[in-house]
Structures are given as C-alpha cells and as structure tokens.
Write a protein that binds this ligand. Structure first.
Ligand code: SF4
Ligand code: SF4
Length: 346
C-alpha cells in the first residue's frame, strides 16, 4: 500500500481527519463529555516518566493499519541536531525510559549512535522494531547483538501467529521474515527464561473490532509460537487500532467508520481513561515538535502551551502542568480495558 500522503488522498490531511473525528458519532463530539462526567476534564499529566521519540516516517513496510502513514518512500527523518537536543533533555531531566519509534527507527542513519549515547546516560531504552528490518539487508542482521549489547528492550509487532493474517495486514513475506527475526533475537537471549533481555510482542486487530483479552491472547501466542517455531517472548501487548491515518481511511472506505466509533464510545471506561499513556509521557516528532502522544503527533495536535512547541524549548515544570489535547480518537485508548503503547491499561 502506498502511503496516503503520496496518493494525494485528502484523508492524510490532519485537518480533514480531525473534521471526521469531531463530528461523526451521530454528529457529536462526545469524548470530552465522557471525560467531564468521569471528573477527568481537562486531562492532566501525572508525571513525565517516558520520552517517546519518533525518529522518522521511513519504513521498509507499508502496513494497512499504520497510524504513522510510514513507507519506504517517505523522507522525514530526525537530524543529528534534533537528536542532540533530545540527548540534552534526557541528560538534564529524570526519565525512566526513552521509547524510540518510527517508521522503522533503525533506518535513521543516526539510530545506532543515538542508542549508544543514551546507554551512557543510564536510562532504560525501548525500541519499537518491526522485525522484518533485521532481515531486510545484511547491514541490519547484527541488530539483535547490537540491542543486547545496549540492553535495549525490544517491542516487536506480531499481529498473529499465522502467515495469512499477518501478511494480509503487513504485506507478503512479513510473517516468515518476522519468525526468522524472532528466532535471531531468542538466539542472543531475548525473551528467554533467566535472561534480562526483554522481548515483548504487539498484537493489534486486523479489522474494525476491539482486541480480545490480553492475558488469554498472550497464552495463546506463547503456546502457538513455541509449538510451531520454538519461539519465546516475555509479554504480549494488545493495542486497539486508533481511527486515524490509514486505519481511518480503511474504516471510511469499507463503511465501518460509524459502527467502529460507536463500538469504541459505548465501551468508554473511566478507569482506562485515568491510566492513558499521555499522562506519563511526552512525544517528540521527527522534526523535534512536542506532542502529548504519537497519535496527536499524526493529527498535528501540538502540546497546548504557547511558549513551548519544540524539544529545544523543553521545560519540565510547564509541560507537567499542561492540559492534554483530546478528541474522539482518544476513545481508542479508553475503550474496554484501554490501550497504550504497552497494551491494556486496566
Ligand atoms: S512496520 Fe510499523 S511503522 Fe512501518 S508501516 Fe508497518 S505499522 Fe507503520
Ligand atoms: S490518543 Fe490516547 S494517548 Fe493520545 S491524547 Fe488521546 S488518550 Fe492520550
């Protein structure tokens, strides 16, 4: 699938996406009403523990559900200067975790240097890896060793334990390549009993439905991946598809938009809303712009502060006092048991 941006599809325009989101649950914007009724409006941060950095939109894949609209032909990539500004912020502030995402973050030419610099700062490092990058070219085949040397936690996309469902969502050949990559990660200790090297998998539904029970799915994935391919991993995170970017395009073109939004909004869970990930993190875009989360980043909803919009202007006190910008896409994080980059939140 080519990226929406390059097809000239108007739905790529964040303003058009927001218009859909704001008016298409029976013509109402109801998320803020639900938040108010739960005593959570305006939504405020509880801490700033995680710095999530999106290092670019370039990817070796073009998955159907991608909320980043990433693809091989995208050009957006974080520069050395912006990476340096991120390092300065990590050096001066207390984050428990730096969470690196993309695109395929490994395709940014500064990726390995940045990870090595973070290691010197003794902060936990998490990389969101699409797995296939490891087998995409011989220059990436030592990534498992590189991750292990830097004690990186790996979160890897794995939509299902069968070829058909995986390839239909992520592209032909993705399943086999992913299985091989998982075996390579296991071979250096990732996900193995007694090892500190953590390997977590991410499952997201292949259509317009909410994920099932996270624990039950984890047990099923563990059994199937071990029985079929001798693969081990630590945890499975279930993530709800948010109605933005390519998934929004799919919902609208397939006629599922209204039903999906009603499904999400009728499953609003105030406890999940209390635990949404934006209350503990700040998100940096490839150009250094600051957002409440990766999803607001794709909708170009920058942090709600007049004086701060870029990582070079980072001010911990001001950012922790900000109001988080919400809209109807936030139902994706608050439906049922909730959803975050680390899976269910309830
Ligand atoms: S691998 Fe991830 S970033 Fe790349 S296209 Fe697929 S979902 Fe998007
Ligand atoms: S999409 Fe989720 S993480 Fe982002 S602002 Fe809304 S509730 Fe928070």
């Amino acid at each position: 699938m080519p990226s929406l941006k390059h097809t000239g599809n108007k739905l790529f325009d964040p303003q058009v996406q927001l218009k859909y989101l704001e008016t298409h649950i029976n013509g109402l914007n109801v998320f803020d009403q639900d938040l108010t009724a739960s005593g959570l409006s305006p939504l405020k941060p509880r801490s700033l523990d995680v710095l999530q950095i999106n290092v670019g939109k370039v990817c070796n894949q073009s998955c159907h559900h991608c909320h980043v609209d990433a693809a091989p032909d995208r050009k957006e990539s974080m520069t050395t200067e912006t990476f340096q500004q991120c390092l300065d912020v990590v050096r001066k502030n207390k984050f428990s975790m730096v969470d690196i995402t993309g695109g395929a973050p490994e395709l940014n030419p500064n990726f390995r240097w940045f990870v090595s610099e973070l290691k010197k700062l003794k902060v936990n490092i998490l990389v969101r890896c699409n797995l296939t990058i490891i087998n995409s070219h011989k220059r990436f085949s030592d990534l498992p060793e590189f991750y292990a040397e830097n004690n990186v936690e790996v979160i890897a996309s794995m939509p299902y334990f069968t070829k058909n469902r995986t390839d239909s969502q992520r592209g032909d050949g993705v399943f086999e390549s992913s299985i091989h990559a998982l075996q390579m990660l296991n071979a250096v200790g990732y996900g193995m009993e007694g090892s500190d090297l953590r390997l977590n998998l991410v499952y997201n539904p292949s259509g317009a439905f909410l994920p099932g029970d996270q624990l039950a799915l984890e047990q099923q994935f563990k059994k199937e991946l071990f029985d079929r391919f001798s693969i081990n991993f630590n945890n499975l995170y279930c993530i709800t598809n948010l109605p933005i970017s390519r998934f929004l395009n799919y919902l609208i073109t397939s006629g599922n938009y209204q039903n999906y939004m009603e499904k999400l909004s009728s499953s609003f869970n105030p406890v999940a809303a209390q635990n949404v990930m934006c209350r503990e993190m700040i998100s940096v875009g490839w150009d250094g712009s600051l957002y409440d989360c990766d999803f607001n980043q794709m909708l170009e909803l920058g942090v709600d502060l007049e004086s701060i919009s870029h990582i070079s202007e980072y001010d911990h006190t001001a950012l922790i006092g900000r109001n988080i910008r919400t809209n109807q896409h936030c139902y994706g994080c608050t439906a049922g048991t909730g959803s975050s980059c680390g899976g269910s939140v309830v």
